[in-house]
Design a protein around this ligand. Sequence first.
Ligand code: HEM
Length: 357
Amino acid sequence: MFAPMSLVKYEEARPWARSIRQRVSTKTMPPWGADPAHGVFKNDPRLSDQEIATILAWVDAGAPKGDDKDMPKAPSFVEGWTIGKPDVVFTMTEDFKIPPTGVVDYQYLRLPTGITEDKWIQAIEIKPQARAQVHHVLAYTQPTGSPLNEGGALGPGNIGGVTPNKPGVVFEPGVGRLLTANSDIVLQMHYTTNGQATTDRTQVGIVFAKDVPKMQQRGGSVIQPRFVIPAGAPAHEVRGSRVLAVDTLITSFTPHMHVRGKDMTYIAKFPDGTTETLLSVPKYDFNWQLSYELAKPRLFPKGTEIEVIAHFDNSPANKFNPDPTKDVRWGDQTFEEMMIGFWGTVVDRPATTSSQK
Ligand code: HEM
């Protein structure tokens, strides 16, 4: 289960009626951060005004059950996985002990796959066991037996990642990611301590594609590591940009900052001089690092500049701020900051992989 409780059956939803009223009327549930003025996203879960009115009327009428014969058929889910039943599950070979306090450096944990021919991933879900202590996981492949390459996390061998409250990823038909033959999956694990000692054994569930896909899912980003957010600053601006070196088909945007992240905007500056806001997340929330998946993948011509503008709230008014008296720079840890505007792209599948033999 993903959320704290299931709302599938009447008996499950009934005790939550008041809380549902509160979350739905304040629009904090279902979770979503994109300003509707910019972009159309296929995973936009927002309820219509009419749906909200129906839910509020139901709660205000005492949350009645209604007639059994009107009950829609319950959707069926595979227990524990949002991607359906995985074909294979790779599990960390040992427990990782997370101490109750202190800072844990990034861990790079290798999961042997034993796979001897290239396989295409249709869906992937990374499931930390110690959910409260896992800040993020990035998964990538590297050849079995080769020395650890820590830089591989955001390279072409990346096969997925997860941040708090994020479900698995199912690629469109005809699009996949490559699980290279004779490689290990490396998990870049960022554990954060929260007062409680525990252990973690993260799992990676994969559904393989039935056919070799035409396109490969990849990623790009604007990363701006050069900034100092002054102590107490309520809206410190940091900008970064990248000019696309080739025509690029973009499928999604994923803003990434830490707990001082306040908002993020992606702007395209086209070679013909026009500009367009692609995504605006006016109230960024570290606990809800969503990917905004475009309703239609969009081709950006070579030479387009993608500019990402972020603001950080380092003031005491930010309830997530661990220390408003400190200047903050780029760093791996949650009390430091990052400024990354990721995007997803699809590219033609490379011509030679062992699965085409
Ligand atoms: C109409 C749809 C939804 C309703 C009515 C709803 C309702 C709620 C309510 C009432 C709570 C508060 C529970 C508490 O007090 O402990 C909650 C929390 C939560 N929900 Fe939802 N939810 C919806 C959709 C979703 C979706 C789509 C997701 C996942 C993508 C999700 C994930 C969570 C999580 C992780 C929490 C705990 C964190 C928090 O309290 O913010 N919910 N939801």
